[in-house]
Design a protein around this ligand. Sequence first.
Ligand SMILES: Cc1cc2nc3c(=O)[nH]c(=O)nc-3n(C[C@H](O)[C@H](O)[C@H](O)COP(=O)(O)OP(=O)(O)OC[C@H]3O[C@@H](n4cnc5c(N)ncnc54)[C@H](O)[C@@H]3O)c2cc1C
Length: 423
Amino acid sequence: MAQAIAEAKRCLNCKVPQCRKGCPVGNDIPAWIHELSMGNIGNAMSIINTRSNLPAVCGRVCAHERQCEGNCVLGKKGSHINIGRLEQFVADFDTKMRLTRCAIVQKNRGRVAVIGSGPAGLTVAGELARTGFDVEIFEMEPQPGGVLMFGIPEYRLPKDIVSSEIDKICQLGVRINTGVTIGSDINIDQLFERGFDAIFMGTGTGKPKKLSIPGIENDKVRQAIYFLRRVGLYNAGLICRDEVPVSEGDTVFVIGCGNTAIDAARSAMRLGVGKVTIIYHRDIERMSALKAEYNEAVDEGVEFMWNSSVKAIAANGSALELTVDEAGTERTLYGQKVILAIGSRPASRIVSTTHGIEVDENGYVITRDIPYGMTTRKGVFAGGDVAGNQATVVHAMSNAKEVAAGIATYVDAIKLMQAIDKR
Ligand SMILES: Cc1cc2nc3c(=O)[nH]c(=O)nc-3n(C[C@H](O)[C@H](O)[C@H](O)COP(=O)(O)OP(=O)(O)OC[C@H]3O[C@@H](n4cnc5c(N)ncnc54)[C@H](O)[C@@H]3O)c2cc1C
């Protein structure tokens, strides 16, 4: 606490705070840092709560170097305020000490079904529950949280932190049904038949992209999302070590260089593989991974091949033989496993089992501005990654906040029309 308060006291409380401009959810950073500097942690938390439903998560995984901290004026003179660490401190302290309680509002404005419990779904649920909507989440996984629970590794985002953030949203009166897949267990039409006034799709991009090269179907080639999920289950004690698809001593190649690739590479290193090399078709300047993440990966021994693309994969006894073009020169590399991390796109489970929800050529759900976030089907809204937003936690949250406002406007309007028709 002493460190956090000392750090907060460094804040200049700028008249035009650049840090706030850099935050996609418009967190009033100087205001809560000022409260923290005086030791008023509950007040700091209440200010954060007005803009963010997941501060303990944002404090850990946001791209602070490109957002709030990257814009802090002190950064130009030397060292920026450690805004991410301070947000994490305030949120964790609040959870441990149970400092703040949100008022539970009477739920009389309408019923909303939220599909998916990642950052987008949780944000919509939190925003609507706070303003008088009865919200029910439907999640296909056995636990809520989306990528926060089953993608981002434990060492970056502890799962008990994710669970306590979700508990706070449930305390607002939100109900979560896990193990229910919309599109196969029930569909959108059946949700409307259950009496929901609006439906929000926050279903993310769970379908990994594939490389079309010879040998890609080899069972030693695995998708990063699948691999990270297995690691998460193993860390939680739910599966055995031999169910995780890399073994101690393996030489592993990871194709791609975004957050997912770095997480897969670092997770493999932590499992005791012999060597991990990330193969990326562009140079370091154009990787989408954060510089801080890259630095940590280098420190942990991950190697990088820039301007390199894998052209073919072949089985060679119990090993794999990769033909790689490295800046115009062909090389052959040998290893045991390949992990693919070249991006993902939305699955079509929902749009293929109902009518009227149009998607673009890449499968992203098309939405409109009035009411904000509504799809081409009346009453069905979409947001976060499935609607093609910049794929980060805070962008999913900021988009979802706007969609929640769109849903509220829509439901209020249909309730008004129904009241007029009844007269
Ligand atoms: C490995 C990895 C690391 C990342 N690291 C970072 C990071 O450090 N910082 C950052 O800002 N971003 C990071 N991202 C990106 C970020 O996690 C996503 O942008 C964000 O989670 C998107 O939120 P979302 O709610 O739209 O989707 P998701 O988090 O994907 O949640 C979608 C949810 O919908 C559920 N669902 C899907 N279909 C159905 C259905 N038919 N019925 C019921 N439920 C369904 C899914 O199970 C899932 O729980 C990372 C992503 C990955 C994969």
